[in-house]
Design a binder for this molecule. Structure first.
Ligand SMILES: C=C(O[C@@H]1C=C(C(=O)O)C=C[C@H]1O)C(=O)O
Length: 264
């Protein structure tokens, strides 16, 4: 039988799932890609299943969400941050958005628009090192890099926390998605099993990640245990629907997309 090709983000937040997938290397091939490139690989049938940026799901049809798992936060996320260079939030006129991101680019627009009544110009942040130059007033950085930015001289907004303050809900950055009618069996169990295996091994994962990223193990463990949430339960689904409504109002997603679950 062909191996299942799973596309995942290369960040620490996906490592609990990856840890479990690696235990089934005889059945699974893992392909790493940043959030802005994975959806296209699913469309082109290069992959069977991906951690789909929530916005990617809401921009298309023909996908289904595998129940039970997500990459989410309920308050502080630590790895999705807006670094503001101007002296106050109200002074932001230009924002450079991490080119690797899809969901958090729209989250930035929702937070600045709805919480701070701002409509800045948005440009692309091609190279994260450029945030130390002053070519925009604020910079969105996601993933592991966001945790290693030198924060002196910036006002920093944690967008997971900002979302929680705006809505009182968790925020879902990515869901697990396959094409509708792909006929693949047992996907929900496969992902839940992988996640449970990873969650039992967070201590070991934190050790590896600390060495990989040059970070303290305690910080990695806190991030993996407290900041990132791995389940897609009722509250997360409410957060996802609320985000869809905001994104729709801002013209960022397709009209009429439903949250459809994969049930094979
Ligand atoms: C929490 C994060 O979530 C990621 C952010 C995404 C995005 O902004 O498009 C997509 C997938 C997630 O894995 C992060 O990048 O740190």
């Amino acid at each position: 039988m062909d191996k299942l090709k799973i596309g995942v983000v290369p960040y620490m937040n996906a490592k609990p799932f990856i840890y479990g997938f690696l235990k089934k290397a005889d059945q699974i091939d893992i392909v790493y890609g940043v959030p802005s490139v994975l959806p296209e690989m699913l469309v082109n049938d290069e992959l069977d299943l991906i951690s789909m940026p929530s916005v990617g799901y809401f921009r298309s049809t023909g996908y289904e969400i595998i129940p039970g798992s997500a990459i989410a936060s309920n308050g502080l996320v630590e790895s999705v941050k807006l670094f503001i260079k101007v002296p106050s939030i109200e002074k932001i006129r230009t924002v450079a958005l991490d080119r690797d991101s899809m969901t958090s680019c729209v989250l930035t627009k929702v937070i600045l628009g709805k919480k701070y009544s701002l409509k800045p110009e948005y440009i692309v942040l091609e190279d994260k090192q450029k945030i130390y130059n002053e070519y925009a007033d604020a910079f969105l950085v996601i993933g592991d890099d966001a945790m290693n930015v030198r924060e002196e001289g910036f006002i920093v907004l944690d967008l997971g926390q900002e979302w929680k303050e705006l809505t009182g809900l968790p925020f879902v950055y990515a869901v697990w998605v396959a094409k509708s009618g792909s006929g693949l069996q047992g996907l929900s169990k496969l992902i839940i099993d992988a996640k449970e295996c990873g969650i039992k091994s967070l201590d070991e994962i934190a050790d590896v990640e600390a060495a990989r990223l040059g970070m303290k193990k305690e910080r990695c463990l806190w991030y993996l245990k407290e900041s990132i949430k791995y389940n897609l339960d009722e509250q997360e689904i409410r957060g996802l629907k609320s985000f869809y409504n905001y994104a729709l109002e801002m013209g960022e997603v397709k009209d009429g997309v439903k949250i459809e679950f994969y049930n094979q």
